[in-house]
Design a protein around this ligand. Structure first.
Ligand code: GLA
Length: 389
């Protein structure tokens, strides 16, 4: 969906529901992570870029001191007094994301006004493209506009991460919220998740395209896979005697191998290898060395599949289908992206080869799984901003 259409649809829906035009409009993007998976909560590096797909939050003041939150994606509406400290809703309610953000503002001493809010989005929901971070950051940006303030960007990302931890019950790292706040058009972002220093790396080569392939599957059965991985990483770091896996070298890991549970050993091997690969990949992207960047993406996928065990047959299939084309067929590299167990893969493709690659993956994936995947090409989008105040 085009940006203009997204805004127009959002504004129309706002008027239909509330009977006035929106006063404030804010937007925040979804993201695709190029490399650096499951490294953020290990104090490592990540290398995501914002999508050209956005969540828009529209708002207008309301004179009864209440806040009303509604969305085109879900029929349930959330309403509360603006002066009240929000409490979490039952797990799985969409309202937990905006409520968590409102709570973060309240906790920092900001008094939000009564307002009507409408959410409209072109980020695919639940597909591993950080629709939840886009929602949190869009709401936070709307609150900034309503309050006439501007938070420090890092503080804003942390506030949104907190919402995810406290209200959505997901102990995520900082990557998704950070890129939603600090993404820059036509750039990927290399982030040091410990110091929070970052670098915008240009992604402007017209000859190379980022292709996102949505497997349309989601296998996270218990929901405990992510927190379990986090714990295993902490356990490995404790055994190695380092503050975080970021501080461990491959040699240290090998030396300590006998002291580690074999599964924990493999988890740590993924993380330590992935952090190194991320820095190497950022260097390859800087140098426009797409062949090297692609090799690192394949290596990342193999490690996530075999050592970290967060891939699934459908993601593996997409990566194999991409690999079949080879560099000669225009594919430099491909890997799963995001938390795993379904969702999306990301491929780096020669622009001229995009139609053929897309057709190949789509047809073969459908034939082998009976599932219709969705594919789209994206440039690096823009981080959160106030569109109207
Ligand atoms: C999810 C989390 C991120 C990150 C990725 C894995 O998207 O929200 O913080 O840990 O998984 O890289």
């Amino acid at each position: 969906m085009q940006w203009d259409d997204l805004l127009r649809e959002g504004a129309n829906a706002f008027e239909t529901r509330y009977g006035t035009a929106p006063t404030w409009i804010a937007a925040a993007p979804g993201r695709v992570n190029l490399i650096g998976e499951h490294t953020d909560y290990n104090d490592g590096y990540v290398f995501p870029m914002a999508l050209e797909r956005y969540t828009v939050a529209l708002g207008a003041p309301r004179n009864d001191g209440r806040i009303c939150l509604a969305s085109s994606a879900d029929a349930s509406v959330v309403e509360l007094p603006a002066g009240e400290q929000p409490q979490p809703l039952p797990k799985g309610s969409w309202g937990n994301y905006p409520l968590g953000v409102l709570a973060g503002f309240a906790r920092r001493g900001h008094r939000l006004p009564g307002m009507n809010v409408w959410i409209h989005s072109s980020v695919p929901l639940g597909g591993g493209l950080s629709s939840s971070a886009a929602l949190e950051v869009a709401i936070a940006t709307l609150c900034e506009a309503a309050l006439g303030i501007e938070l420090d960007p890092v503080e804003k990302a942390l506030l949104c991460q907190e919402a995810e931890h406290r209200f959505a019950g997901m102990p995520c790292g900082i990557m998704d919220q950070f890129i939603a706040v600090l993404g820059r058009a036509d750039h990927a972002l290399l982030l040091d998740c410990r110091s929070r220093n970052f670098e915008h790396v240009p992604m402007q080569d017209p000859d190379v395209a980022v292709l996102v392939i949505n497997t349309q599957v989601k296998h996270e059965l218990t929901g405990s896979e992510y927190p379990t991985r986090r714990k295993q990483c902490e356990q490995a770091a404790a055994t190695l005697g380092v503050p975080a896996l970021r501080d461990a070298t491959p040699d240290q890991l090998e030396t300590a191998r006998s002291k580690l549970d074999p599964v924990v050993y493999r988890r740590a091997r993924h993380v330590i290898g992935e952090i190194a690969r991320t820095l190497q990949a950022a260097e390859a992207f800087r140098n426009r060395d797409w062949v090297r960047a692609g090799e690192l993406m394949y290596a990342s996928h193999a490690s996530l599949r075999d050592d970290y065990e967060v891939s699934c047959p459908e993601l593996d299939l997409v990566v194999e289908l991409a690999r079949e084309r080879g560099v000669e067929g225009g594919v430099f590299g491909c890997r799963m992206t995001g938390g795993g167990f379904g969702g999306c893969a990301v491929a780096l493709v020669r622009t001229g080869a995009v139609p053929a690659v897309q057709a190949h993956i789509q047809a073969a994936y459908r034939a082998r799984t009976g599932i219709e995947p969705t594919l789209f090409v994206t440039r690096a989008g823009q981080g959160a901003r106030v569109v109207q105040r």
